[in-house]
Design a protein around this ligand. Structure first.
Ligand SMILES: *[C@@H]1O[C@H](CO)[C@@H](O)[C@H](O)[C@H]1NC(C)=O
Ligand SMILES: *[C@@H]1O[C@H](CO)[C@@H](O)[C@H](O)[C@H]1NC(C)=O
Ligand SMILES: *[C@@H]1O[C@H](CO)[C@@H](O)[C@H](O)[C@H]1NC(C)=O
Length: 366
């Protein structure tokens, strides 16, 4: 009798703990969407965890925020004449794909790794290749709603956005080869890119400087492995304590041969820094549009229109200035890095620079 009572109390206690832990964990999970663009914008309210700014999303509302003309720098074309910009981009992409001397940087197999990156919206016949740190959570929410599992963006629980077993936004890899081929050849396909070096800085800051607590593997597994191989002087005893330096990260990224084995060990986490070519196979898959993070204000509405869904959804408001390329920041991060290491890094990423029309960073190379 007493024994049974004790068990019941123990069980109750355990449940309490689980609840507490869940509450704690959910606090951190909500950070993900907030920092989806890869930058913290200081005290601006939309980045403050728990504010509803991001969630007051206009999916299923036909009213789109139309910025006043005065909000737009005069050099930036408006949405209506954005089509030529996108066409030029796609022409460049196809030209660079044909350049044989870049072949091993631009051509990749449509492997399971690539099919894992691509999400399927069957209702509207859309494929979306996920590239971290360019506002992807927003696109995923839009597509989840379009697929019909949730009526509005607000009603998607934060922890379900990235749970593709449950959120009704399957990965292309979960379909049969015939289903995959059919969708690749008939659906609207897109992804978003940004300046390759700024992207690497953003990944470094997010994964190794901030060290999010819900992603302990970056600090505890990946950083020590990179330091051990690429930092000249280190003591094994303080590997965990000394954080990854940007210099270590650059050396690892630029080491085309040495990286292979490490990358296999790191698993899916490498999506934050492997090339866009490796993530989305843009020379193998004929994408309809490649959006640029730097011009997301123009690209997002254009993509919705081109995909034929602009009457159903609109992209959540983009915090001003958050997508702008910041050369000062890039110079700061690379100021302590040797020319040799920068050139190696560029050699590894120049496929991405050229495919998507980003100017080579000569101010770092020469
Ligand atoms: C191919 O790419 C290389 C390396 O960037 C460049 O030097 C060359 O001019 C390109 N060739 C063509 C035909 O565009
Ligand atoms: C690509 O090929 C060039 C030679 O054409 C070679 O120097 C370079 O290391 C290769 N890059 C990768 C990532 O294999
Ligand atoms: C650019 O980056 C630098 C250094 O990180 C920062 O001080 C500056 O505020 C940034 N500029 C803009 C316009 O965000």
């Amino acid at each position: 009798m007493g024994e049974a009572m004790r068990h019941r109390w123990l069980l109750l206690g355990a449940c309490g703990w689980v609840l507490l832990i869940l509450m704690f964990v959910s606090k951190f999970i909500s950070f993900r969407a907030v920092d989806d663009y890869g930058e913290m914008v200081g005290a601006q309210s939309w980045t403050v965890p728990g504010t509803k700014g991001l969630k007051s999303n206009p999916v299923s509302s036909p009213v789109k925020p139309t910025p006043k003309p005065s909000d737009q720098p005069s050099v930036v074309p408006t949405v209506t004449d954005w089509q030529p910009v996108v066409e030029r981009r796609m022409e460049l992409l196809s030209t660079v794909c044909k350049n044989i001397s870049l072949g091993n940087l631009t051509h990749v197999a449509i492997s399971k790794f690539v099919l894992d990156r691509i999400f399927v919206c069957d209702k509207q016949k859309i494929l979306f290749c996920q590239t971290p740190k360019v506002g992807n959570t927003q696109w995923k929410k839009v597509l989840i709603v379009l697929n019909g599992a949730f009526p509005t963006v607000e009603e998607i629980p934060e922890n379900l956005v990235h749970d593709h077993e449950k959120n009704g936004l399957p990965r292309l890899s979960s379909l049969t080869p015939q289903e995959i081929t059919h969708r690749l050849s008939t659906y609207f396909k897109f992804f978003i890119v940004r300046d390759p070096f700024e992207r690497l800085i953003s990944a470094f800051k997010d994964k190794f400087v901030k060290n999010p607590r819900f992603e302990p593997w970056y600090k505890h597994d990946i950083a020590p492995a990179i330091i051990r191989k690429y930092r000249k002087f280190h003591r094994d005893s303080d590997l965990a304590a000394s954080g990854l330096h940007f210099e270590d990260f650059v050396r690892y990224l630029g080491d085309a041969e040495g990286r292979h084995r490490m990358d296999r060990q790191f698993g899916e986490h490498i999506i934050h820094w492997v090339t866009y070519a490796d993530l989305c196979a843009p020379c193998e898959i004929h994408y309809s549009v490649v959006g640029h993070h730097e011009t997301l204000e123009q690209d997002a509405p254009h993509i919705l229109k081109a995909a034929g869904i602009d009457q159903m959804v609109s992209y959540p408001a983009i915090p001003p200035g958050i997508t702008r390329y910041n050369r000062t920041k890039v110079e700061q991060y690379f100021s302590g890095i040797s020319k040799r290491d920068v050139r190696r890094l560029y050699a590894r990423y120049q496929g991405d620079f050229q495919l998507f029309g980003y100017p080579s960073p000569d101010f770092l190379l020469n």
